[in-house]
Design a protein around this ligand. Sequence first.
Ligand SMILES: [Zn+2]
Length: 504
Amino acid sequence: MTLRLPLCLLVLCASLPASAPAPGAPWGAQSLWDAWPQARVAPADPWSLKHAGLRQTLDGLQARHPGLLTLVEEGLSAEGRKIPLLRVGTGPTGILLWSQMHGDEPTATAALLDALNWLGTHRQDAAVKQFLSRVTLWIIPMLNPDGAERTQRWNAQGIDINRDALRLSTPEGRYLKAVRDRLRPALGYNLHNQNPLLRAGRAGSQAAISVLSVPGDEADSGALGTRKTRQLALEVQRLVQALAPGRVARYDTDYTARAFGDSMTRWGTPTLLIETGGWGGPGEAGRLVRLNFVALLGSLAAVADGSFEAMDPADYGRIPLNQRDALGTLVVRNTRLASGRGFPPFVADLSFVIPGAFAGEAIRRLEPGLVELGDLADFKGVDEFDAAGMLAVPWPTQPETGWASLREALQARGLVETDEATLLAAARALGEAAVARSGFTGAVLLYRTLATGRLKLEGAVLRGQLAGLPTPRQGVSKPSLGLNGGNQPDVNPVKCGTPSAAPG
Ligand SMILES: [Zn+2]
């Protein structure tokens, strides 16, 4: 849905915290957000960008902005794909940014390409000129091209490069370490995607961006420059918070010596981890690239002019922690559930997950399906549906079964309008195939009780999505204005004036 607001209201919406640059400043969160649609060069779906597409985009950027970015050299992946290292700017502060160390985590890669195009377009602006004279960006946009080719986390040897910082069995890991040791950058940006179904704090919204000032030792003593990366994490939070309130979290992890971010910090390059999560709704992939574009350019500018050092590192601990196991793709609430095995119906909430292109650190769930049932009061759904007054019945289906064919099959059995005893007897006859439990991938039929006491089939959850029923109420607040992946230059995601339609 696209909601057009009067210009004056958009201007009000753009108000940023007092410490932020004015909305008109080129590096302001809002200005960068607004600039992104024109800056885009990466494909709308970041997962479609592979090694060949990256090379093509880099060639295009070099042709369009001669002299902006230098292809310094190329490392080699296990399968012999080239790993470009780019240099932008001439300043004394070196910053090394590497993305897609995990091949199936491309959001920041796309944002980096768009950011390069934006810098090229604006390189004659005084602010950009000054930026390029203060920092030198060293960029490895796709460290794991073999993994990207297969949309997998690991490199072609099957190794998680981010656990190879000590043993250095991977050519990609060896290359990254060699680059760091040679350049000795003052700061590192380690760019990833995380499980999109995490929340920013216990009662928080879906985390769109998570940050971590990566510790370089067990004690995280701060002696290794993590004061700076804490300030930088707060700067990213400030930028993202302005556009996606309540959607920034702190990545929760312990010091891991064999991980790259931790090792970079220990080796002398204090490193900020930025993890892209989820921000449900149409155009999600583009919206997350756009948010990365703002976070990267905005925070790099704050490094260049030193403004990030105004942040109080003590505030870092107040960024809400990532909360796991508390968010589903769809939550159906308050239904009576005939779960199978002959149990009488009971009131339950049901949480479904649809796995995306991204596997994350957890074992990949291959099929969309039910993950949890019971009292899910502490759960949220990216989408939610209140099924109070309905009866839910699990029903086995084939993966290709659509709503029309399912309804037809039930019609043929006289189960579109029926009585409860008949329906439950039919379900029970299907045995264990029609039992609602974690991992169930069939349909969950949703019946409404008519005034006559009979049941009428209204819809179903099919492959983690509602079918035959109106669009669900949104359980986690979403951008209030239409965002379709970036083709609308004038949209603004900042909520203002009207209260959020849903608890956030
Ligand atoms: Zn990762």
